[in-house]
Design a protein around this ligand. Structure first.
Ligand code: SF4
Length: 464
């Protein structure tokens, strides 16, 4: 399967309906979970969560060191990865050393970010996604469409065709049957895999614990069935203490899916102990930088690192709800994608991205950790303008607008050619909608043709 372009998404009524319905449903669930005074302390929880995250980022070096020491004390090991290549190299060498070739993986945006599956599969390690949505998009060869619901754009009919094509089974568009098919395939993988890779919703500094929040139980299986567990997480996932967890768990489920608490919350702290019946024999945590320390140094925008990937800003964003997840250049879409993509990947790569927003501010209103996304978007826009040709264009525009004679002249030539009609100057309007330098710009925008007579001309004539 291939990804839809932005135009295809806009032109496809079925996809528009699917997007609108799915995000609308998630919005409703969130509203029901926190509305009507159900959680009277909701705003206090947000304030508290934002403060904890801000504090942790301010002292991240301290907490990272504390976390490493705690993981080691629990019998695990921390691996510091500067980028995706270093993270993948560690996993590859470990798999080689242990003679393992099958990996089960639970949902992790961090691993999507560094294209971990592609890197491992290239070296002939079978890596299987075990979250249902992730499994579907892995089979389809697509990027996640949404942070929380990776296959949000696919209908059950799409999945039926996909399973027929990739698993060689008869078409079946009953969702329960599709789930059972995935379950059957994945159970075999869980039992045979030697390595389980998970993400982490939170890393707890004081106890060296990795916290995973999920609804399907696949992360729990990925982290307990195989002999080796590897958790991969961005360094910003840190929180100082186990007792801070309650605040985040109360916010994450409600913001993401409208659940007071997600079905499974696993707190993993090291390999299996002597008196324990299950759990991995080896436990590793890969701490990924990949642009995060650079962003940490930026005081104005570092709050972008507070994100707990709940996806609420996507569901509420009027732009995301129209253009969908594949219209964004990286794995992170919606408002959070617009601010972290340029900061992680380089502002030069997609300079238009921070402009893909109406700045309505709803993302900041719903964000459980109070990230001021519009403020960061504006900062990114300012930086982009400073370094782009637009800055020069704006200077010319300012000159034009502050000199009436120049404006008059430019308006005459810019909006059409002047001609005499009934004794007055009029424009012979030929608006170059389908040709000329503005062709591409006008192809996706309405730009009404200017009137034959400008207001200035009309006013002049009326005065006479
Ligand atoms: S920016 Fe806020 S609302 Fe958006 S995904 Fe992150 S935590 Fe959720």
């Amino acid at each position: 399967m291939r990804e839809n372009t932005r135009q295809e998404t806009l032109d496809d009524p079925k996809l528009q309906l699917a997007l609108y319905t799915a995000t609308g449903r998630l919005m409703d669930h969130r509203k029901k979970a926190i509305g009507g005074g159900k959680v009277p302390e909701y705003q206090d929880l947000r304030t508290r969560a934002a403060a904890v995250k801000r504090h942790t980022l301010d002292y991240l070096d301290v907490y990272l060191t504390q976390f490493e020491a705690a993981v080691q004390a629990n019998g695990g090991k921390v691996i510091w990865a500067r980028d995706g290549a270093e993270a993948a190299d560690f996993i590859l060498s470990l798999a080689k050393e242990k003679g393992e070739s099958l990996i089960v993986k639970s949902k992790s945006m961090t691993s999507e970010e560094i294209h971990l599956n592609d890197r491992l599969i290239k070296h002939e390690l079978e890596t299987v996604e075990t979250d249902l949505g992730e499994y579907i998009i892995q089979l389809a060869g697509l990027r996640p469409y949404h942070i929380v619901a990776p296959a949000l754009q696919m209908t059950r009919y799409d999945v039926s065709t996909l399973f027929e094509e990739k698993l060689g089974i008869a078409k079946d568009d009953v969702i329960e049957n599709q789930t059972m098919t995935a379950r059957r395939v994945l159970r075999e993988k869980f039992l045979a895999a030697g390595i389980g890779i998970t993400g982490a919703n939170f890393l707890v500094a004081d106890s060296g614990a990795v916290v995973i929040v999920e609804n399907e139980g696949n992360a729990r299986l990925s982290s307990s069935a195989p002999k080796i567990q590897i958790a991969i997480a961005g360094i910003e996932k840190m929180i100082p203490r186990v007792r801070d967890l309650g605040v985040f768990l109360a916010l994450l489920g409600r913001s993401a899916t409208g659940q007071a608490l997600t079905s499974y919350t696993s707190i993993l702290s090291g390999p299996r102990r002597k008196d324990e019946r299950d759990g991995p024999e080896e436990f590793y945590v890969v701490l990924l930088d990949a642009g995060r320390t650079k962003l940490l140094a930026d005081k104005e925008k570092r709050e972008s690192l507070q994100c707990i990937r709940c996806g609420a800003c996507l569901n509420y964003c009027p732009v995301y709800r129209k253009v969908g997840g594949h219209s964004y250049p990286w794995v992170y879409s919606g408002p959070i994608g617009k601010i972290i993509t340029p900061q992680f990947q380089g502002k030069e790569k997609d300079p238009w991205l921070p402009f893909m927003s109406s700045l309505c501010g709803v993302c900041a209103e719903v964000c459980p950790v109070k990230i001021d996304i519009p403020k960061i978007l504006l900062a990114l826009r300012r930086e982009s303008q400073k370094s782009s040709d637009d800055a020069g264009a704006m200077k010319w525009f300012a000159r034009l607008m502050t000199r009436p004679w120049l404006y008059r002249l430019a308006a005459s030539f810019g909006l059409g050619w002047l001609g005499r009609k009934d004794g007055v100057w009029v424009r012979e309007v030929k608006w170059p909608a389908s040709s000329g330098p503005l062709k591409d710009w006008l192809a996706v925008r309405d730009f009404p043709a200017p009137p034959e007579q400008s207001f200035r001309d009309w006013w002049e004539k009326r005065r006479k």
